[in-house]
Design a protein around this ligand. Structure first.
Ligand code: ZN
Ligand code: ZN
Length: 401
């Protein structure tokens, strides 16, 4: 159970408590009292994780070996999983004028169903023998997947990240010349396919910004990754609302569970996700569940909102307390701290509580950053979580006689 961005620092307006300490959290505290806690350097001490690298680490992978950038993860989040050597990009639908100057980098925050229509003309596209697939993602975002031999991810962005002319994609190594040429051709082609597209003619008549170009950025090569089932000899599912986490799950070979009401936003239905996770455990050995809401509140710098989210997470923990089967081992953890003051991820360790019947119980424990640092699990790394869960579940083999 990954509570995204849950950990924090002492916040002045909360009388120097963390949002977790300030929240009313009887159910999370119950798990801390009846289980063991610790603090976790998800990647390493002082390393500031992204949500993608942190989840890889929690699943027992070394992000330094398997993480190749945001592109492949975002592509996998939309359902596009490439083979090793394929290159994926994140894209924005954007508005450019006749001189290829970006006038709106998000095309008026265009979304489905317009974006679904706009990707259709790209069906079956091949450039220089390389298969080109475009798929719409959340709001104004899309992904681009290039499949074929001789590709490289060492290319610059077409997205100028501002209101200037669309950038020409530059190869950053000699082997990337072909890829850069293909991406530049793709950007040009996107303009010619989209500029007069019926959706854009309609948007123009409604005085909405047209989405007349796709701007790729963040190239990454699909990694070769040992599937979760092979790595841990367990079947597994992923219950998440946000595309990035679904992408991580899909790249690792977890089954992605779509839960109605799991929005990935502040309004997400946490109980529905918990129910879906328990249901998965009837046929699967492992479930990774992610709830993004605390991270969103923290990026907004809103302490009161983060406290309110944590109290909803606690209600969800209460549901789990009431319904958890006896043979389940559960871990409550954050993927990184997102301090209110920073409005971004920090390198601080995160709290972890592991519970199953028969777990040695920490004395005087509550679920928060300070209490967790006094717990029996001590200070561990993200990659240590899976082996501990594995052992508690009675799955690990004895080393030696
Ligand atoms: Zn995160
Ligand atoms: Zn975040």
């Amino acid at each position: 159970m990954v509570m995204d961005g849950l950990g924090d620092r002492a916040v002045k307006q909360l009388h120097w408590k963390t949002p977790l300490q300030a929240a009313v959290r009887p159910n999370l505290n119950w798990f801390a009292e009846h289980g063991s806690s610790g603090i976790v350097d998800i990647i390493g001490p002082g390393i500031r994780p992204g949500s993608d690298t942190s989840h890889l680490s929690i699943l027992g992978y070394d992000p330094y070996k398997v993480y190749t950038g945001r592109g492949p993860i975002e592509a996998a989040g939309t359902g596009l999983v490439g083979k090793k050597g394929d290159v994926a990009f994140r894209c924005n639908f954007a508005t450019v004028d006749d001189n290829m100057v970006v006038t709106d980098r998000r095309a008026g925050r265009i979304k489905e169903p317009d974006t679904t229509e706009l990707v259709r003309p790209f069906d079956g596209m091949v450039i220089d023998g390389i298969k080109v697939v475009v798929k719409e993602a959340t709001e104004h975002r899309a992904v681009l997947l290039l499949s074929g031999p001789g590709l490289s991810a060492k290319v610059s962005d077409a997205d100028p990240h501002g209101s200037t002319k669309v950038h020409e994609v530059i190869p950053l190594e000699p082997e990337a010349k072909k890829t850069a040429k293909i991406v530049n051709a793709f950007v040009k082609k996107s303009y010619s396919l989209l500029n007069d597209h019926p959706v854009n003619l309609r948007r123009a008549s409604e005085k909405q910004p047209v989405a007349n170009i796709l701007l790729p950025r963040g190239a990454g090569m699909f990694p070769e990754i040992v599937p979760f089932e092979e790595k841990w000899d367990m079947t597994g599912s992923c219950v998440a609302g946000v595309s990035l986490i679904k992408g991580i799950g899909r790249i690792c070979g977890l089954d992605i569970v779509e839960v109605p009401g799991a929005t990935g936003g502040l309004d997400t239905d946490m109980i529905a996700k918990a129910k879906a996770s328990l249901q998965q455990l009837e046929s699967r050995d492992f479930v990774l569940m992610n709830i993004k809401a605390a991270d969103i509140a923290a990026h907004d710098g809103d302490a009161a909102k983060k406290v309110a989210v944590i109290e909803r997470l606690d209600d969800m923990a209460g549901f789990l307390h009431a319904t958890l089967p006896e043979d389940v081992v559960v871990a409550f953890v954050a993927d990184h701290c997102t301090p209110i003051e920073m409005q971004d991820h920090s390198g601080d360790p995160v709290p972890l509580t592991i519970y199953c019947p028969g777990m040695v119980r920490d004395t005087g424990a509550t679920f928060d950053e300070a209490a967790a640092s006094q717990g029996g699990l001590g200070r561990i790394r993200g990659k240590d979580i899976m082996p501990i869960l594995y052992d508690k579940a009675g799955r690990s083999e004895k080393f030696g006689a």
